[in-house]
Every structure is written in C-alpha cells, then in structure tokens.
Design a protein around this ligand. Structure first.
Ligand SMILES: *Cc1c(COP(=O)(O)O)cnc(C)c1O
Length: 456
C-alpha cells in the first residue's frame, strides 16, 4: 500500500480547481471588517474604490459565498505552471529516521519562484477587465513584485513596484527580473512620495519595511489617474486566490485516501497558509474533520505569538484602513539583519480570528535554526528553499523528530512556498557564521503597542 504513493502526486488538468474557496463563508465568527480611520466606521465598497479594483473589492467584502468561480483566462494562465506537485518527502523521512509521513506542496515551480503568482495573475486580470492603465504595489523580499510584474506583462498593464530598501540593495537580481518583465522598481522609502519624505525625515537612514512601502504605493495609486493599488498578502481576496494551493493539495491527498494529521505553513501576512489550510479548515469549521494547524513565524517578527489582537494600520504611514489582527504595531520595523520576507507587522484578519478562536496554533522560530533546517532539507530533497518557506520546514522537521521519539506515524503536510535562489546573500551570512537571531524585547514591543490607534 505504502509503495503505491509516488514521490510526486500530480493532478490532471481536469482535476484542477474551477472555483476558489472562500473560507469566511464557513466561519461563525467572521473576521472584523476593515475600518475607516477617519470615521471609525466599516469601510464600504465606495470607500475602497479609489484604492482597489472593483471586482477585488467585491471579493474582499464577500463573506458568504463559499465558492467563487475562477475565470477561464486565469485558469488558462494557471495551467502554464500548475498544478504544483505534492511531494512525499521520502528522502527526508529516511534521513530523519522518522515514522512520520511528510508531504510538501511545492509552489516554487514558476519564474517568480513562489506562490505569489496565484494571486498576482488574478489581480492583474481584474485590473485589466476594469480598463485600468496600471497598478502599484510594494514588495519586501521581491517575490510579490516579481510575480506581479509577470502578471502585468501578460495582460499588458503598467506596474510600479516600491521595494523595501534593504531588499533592493541585497537582491539586485530580483530587481532585474522585475525590470525584465517591464516593471519600474523604486527603493522604499523614497523621496518620490510625500509619505516617503515624511518617513525619511523621522527615521533617517531607515532600511525600510513593508509597511513603509505600502504607504508609498497607495499614495501613488490614489494620485494617478487609471491606477489602483494591489497587495500580495494579508487581504481576504489574496487568501481567496491562494486557496488554489489547498484545494489542489486536498484533491491530491484524496486521490490516495490520505488524511493529514497536521498542516504546517509559514506566516508572513498569512496568504500561503490561509490558502493551504482553506479546505481543511473548512472541514474543521463545519465539524467534518479535525486537523492540527500550525502557523510558523520568525522570532524577530512574532505577530501571532507575541502580538496583540487589535485594530491597527496595515502600513507605517497610517494612510491605509484599520484591520483587526494580531499585530506588533504599525510602527514596528523588524531588525534589518532579518533575511527575506515575513517582515510584516500584522497578519491576515481571517487567520487572526481563527487563531483567536483556537482553530490553529502558532510557533516562532529563530532564523539560524531556520537556515539549518533549510540546508538539511536542500541536501536531501534537492530543492533549495526560500528562507520564508524554511520556517515551515523547521517545524515539520521538529514534529517529525517528535514522532521518532513517540513512534507515532503522523502524516504531516507543509507548504513549501518557494525557492531561495535570490536569497544567497542570506545563505552566505549563515554559512559565514554572520547571521544572528535578533529577537525584540518586551519593552520594544510594549513601546510599539502603546502607539496602536484607539478603536472601540
Ligand atoms: C511572500 C512569501 C511568503 C509569506 O507570505 P504569506 O502571505 O504569509 O504567504 C512565504 N514564502 C514565500 C516564498 C514568499 O514569497
């Protein structure tokens, strides 16, 4: 029986999902609405219209429709790089000597190198359909900017990317990939926007953060005719598009009658994790099945494990709507030596509510241990993982080793969100022993929490 499960479980084209799954439809406690910081009232579609594309606003606000059809044009694009494989990590299991069965869903098989393309193509499609000239966005580690550049060039849309300065400098090759696809790339904070000028005046020499870059991209979208802002994570619409990951995973597992005990994913803004767990969490919410679900975050930016559940700005410039989420405070800027993504101060409102209600757990892991796990994985499974993805690897390995002690044959599924080819500066630091584990102190976090907006 065991031998029947191949190293890679692929789906046929006709087994690919035809609709995204909207997890919120099955939640009793819905995520709290986005709030207008000026009025304290929930954001309406009209409030959001100057910033976001109309159809994406409808998806953002829809908490009742469980399945939303994936337009044919998007499904055709998905077919170029999907379905992504669900891999049985036989080699890793053997190396660890664990009775656990480990599977990972690999989203790095496209030029952007991560799952972000799943939402980028959807967002570009709806922008094009609305007749817009272009879109603006931020990018942290560069994966989202790359994915969006690819999607925009496919639909012939202009793409302006504000890239967190530390990544802009550390990852010149990512920048060039974006320019290859026709995007313009500006290091953030920049002097091009009012909010960038203000942030630079307050924090001279700052290496930037996702929160700063979001503020700049939103300002540019709202002050240029025919432009809207698009975001690669955090929002409900992004989790919706990423549900394609979980739906494929579930279909592949169902093909072989496999039921996971545990589902593990890294969490930056929560989109890959929200997408991976969507159909499983749906079963859990409807009382049809139970799964242990674990979010893994960096100890340097620990929104779930050390943040507070409160309304906060999604951006440093405090121009975006307020979201009720686990947050470290919108003024929190993670240590610049922290490698790659997962640097966002907040978390998806949907995952925040689910975590708050006890449907999932979270762990924070220090970055040197993450790189040790990444290297161990690369050496046996071949794939060179992104540092973000490696957070999930680290906890999957930890759990597999626990099974070794207890003799439990648990089935572990984790999300391998991308490849790390553009992260070799971080790998170099790790190899040279120059990487450390900066962990914010309670005092630093308290100081940040003290600046949270007051919302009832
Ligand atoms: C962006 C990114 C993440 C984190 O973002 P989420 O929205 O939390 O999924 C994780 N892994 C990779 C490879 C990424 O590019």
């Amino acid at each position: 029986m065991e031998n029947k499960i191949p190293y890679k479980i692929y789906l046929e084209e006709n087994e690919m999902p035809q609709a995204w799954y909207n997890l919120r439809a099955d939640m009793k406690n819905k995520p709290a609405p986005l709030v207008n910081p000026g009025t304290g009232q929930p954001m309406t579609a009209a409030d959001l219209a100057p910033v976001f594309c109309d159809e994406l606003i409808a998806q953002e606000l829809d908490e009742t429709t469980p399945y939303i059809e994936i337009p044919q044009e998007i499904r055709d694009f998905y077919k170029m790089y999907r379905p992504s494989p669900l891999v049985r990590a036989y080699c890793l299991e053997e190396k660890l000597g664990t009775p656990a069965k480990i599977y990972y869903k690999f989203e790095g098989n496209n030029t952007s190198g991560s799952h972000k393309l799943n939402s980028a193509i959807a967002q570009a499609y709806y922008a094009k359909k609305q007749g817009l000239k272009g879109v603006t966005t931020e990018t942290g580690a560069g994966q989202w900017g790359t994915a969006l550049s690819m999607a925009c060039s496919y639909f012939d849309l202009d793409c302006k990317v504000y890239m967190v300065k530390v990544s802009y400098e550390q990852k010149p090759f990512r920048r060039e990939v974006m320019r290859t696809y026709g995007a313009s790339v500006t290091p953030s904070p920049s002097m091009e926007t009012q909010v960038g000028q203000k942030i630079l005046a307050e924090h001279p020499g700052t290496t930037g953060s996702l929160g700063c870059a979001i503020s700049e991209a939103v300002e540019v979208a709202t002050t240029n005719e025919g432009y809207r802002y698009v975001l690669g994570s955090v929002l409900n619409q992004v989790l919706l598009h990423q549900s394609v990951i979980g739906l494929e995973t579930k279909a592949a597992l169902d093909k072989y009658g496999i039921k996971p005990d545990m589902i593990i994913g890294c969490a930056g803004g929560g989109s890959n994790l929200g997408g991976l767990i969507a159909p499983f969490m749906g079963e859990k919410l409807r009382g049809e099945a139970d799964y242990q679900i674990i979010a893994v975050e960096p100890a340097s930016c620990p929104s779930f494990t050390r943040g507070v559940f409160a309304y906060d700005f999604c951006d440093t410039g405090m121009i975006c709507p307020l979201a009720k989420m686990y947050t470290l405070g919108s003024g929190f800027i993670p240590a610049p030596n922290h490698a790659g993504g997962l640097r966002f101060h907040g978390m998806s409102t949907t995952l925040s509510q689910l975590y708050h209600d006890g449907f999932m757990e979270a762990r924070a892991v220090p970055q040197t241990e993450v790189f040790a796990a990444a290297e161990q994985f690369a050496r046996v499974e071949g794939i060179l993982p992104a540092p973000e993805s490696s957070h999930a690897i680290k906890v999957a390995i930890d759990e597999a080793l626990k099974c070794k002690e207890t003799g439990e044959e648990k089935t572990i599924v984790f999300g391998l969100t991308g490849t790390g080819y553009f992260d070799m500066v971080a790998y170099e630091k790790y190899h040279d022993g120059k990487m450390d584990d900066y962990i914010p102190t309670d005092e630093e976090l308290q100081a940040s929490f003290a600046k949270l907006p007051k919302v009832e």
